[in-house]
Ligand binder design. Structure first.
Ligand SMILES: NC(=O)c1ccc[n+]([C@@H]2O[C@H](COP(=O)([O-])OP(=O)(O)OC[C@H]3O[C@@H](n4cnc5c(N)ncnc54)[C@H](OP(=O)(O)O)[C@@H]3O)[C@@H](O)[C@H]2O)c1
Length: 248
């Protein structure tokens, strides 16, 4: 029970990495608020997470939504000990294909969303809180055709450093996790054929030194470590969980 009596917010907790992390945090004794936009999945997510979770609707890009979520968490739980700012989006963006809409779609959810999530919940964060920002292995090196996602995640990595300084006086730790290629529904939301998705998954697996894609649980365990007091001396860092993809 490494998170006994802790209260956690996980944005984008209705799918993939966020949902796996919510399950693990609850198993470790936390009560968790998860957020997402698509209400169609809320009943299933509530059933999967059980009575120690609440599922809240909100777009991380909307300060109004995020303030309402912060108020709901305060009313329901009284405060927060852990935030996993996880909601995000990745999409191929060769420079020539970038238009203003695509630019906003990627930069807003990944950067603006993190900024306004943290701004909204800041008053509820207790002394000693742990905040984890979700970045990506694509920002560790140059990669072909994914420049905007990489740039957005590099910005988020930088926020973890700056906010660590800004909130030292409140003993709030900020760290980041950089997932590698992880099997989640994300890529299936790109509107490509099943065959295309299968081929890309095979390509990803072949390009990773360990030879396979990661599981959402691989990131959940990293988040658990950064959320727990076992990592209390770790501040402003980025934990890379990518099967060696950016390091070997
Ligand atoms: N999977 C990977 O290979 C990989 C690699 C590196 C980094 N990451 C990062 O890991 C995080 C989670 O990705 P995932 O793979 O778990 O994807 P996923 O399965 O698609 O889950 C994304 C979650 O974010 C929510 N979300 C998306 N846009 C949102 C918005 N504007 N406001 C609120 N919630 C929003 C989604 O719910 P709704 O759509 O209902 O809003 C969903 O709950 C992202 O930040 C992603 O960039 C993933």
């Amino acid at each position: 029970m490494r998170l006994k009596n802790k209260i956690a917010l996980i944005t984008g907790g209705t799918s993939g990495i966020g949902l796996a992390t919510a399950k693990l945090f609850i198993a470790e004794g936390a009560r968790v608020a998860v957020t997402g936009r698509d209400e169609a999945v809320f009943d299933r997510v509530k059933a999967e997470l059980g009575e120690n979770a609440i599922v809240l609707k909100g777009d991380v890009c909307s300060i109004t939504d995020m303030r309402a979520i912060a108020t709901e968490i305060k009313d329901k739980f009284g405060g927060l000990d852990i935030v996993f700012a996880n909601a995000g989006w990745a999409f191929p963006t060769p420079l020539n294909d970038i238009d203003e809409e695509l630019y906003s779609n990627i930069m807003d959810v990944n950067v603006k969303g993190v900024v306004f999530t943290l701004q909204a919940v800041l008053p509820e964060l207790r002394e000693g809180s742990s905040v984890i920002l979700n970045t990506s292995f694509v920002a560790q090196t140059g990669k072909h055709g994914i420049s905007l996602t990489a740039a957005a995640k590099a910005a988020v990595r930088s926020l973890a450093r700056s906010w660590s300084y800004e909130f030292l006086h409140r003993k709030i730790r900020f760290n980041a996790i950089a997932p590698g290629a992880i099997k989640t529904p994300l890529i299936t939301k790109w509107g490509m054929s099943d065959e295309w998705v299968r081929d890309r998954m095979d390509d990803f697996a072949k390009s990773i030194p360990v030879g396979y894609m990661g599981k959402a649980e691989d990131i959940a365990y990293a988040a658990l470590y950064l959320a727990s007091e076992e990592s209390s001396y770790i501040v402003g860092t980025e934990l890379i969980v990518d099967g060696g993809a950016s390091q070997l």
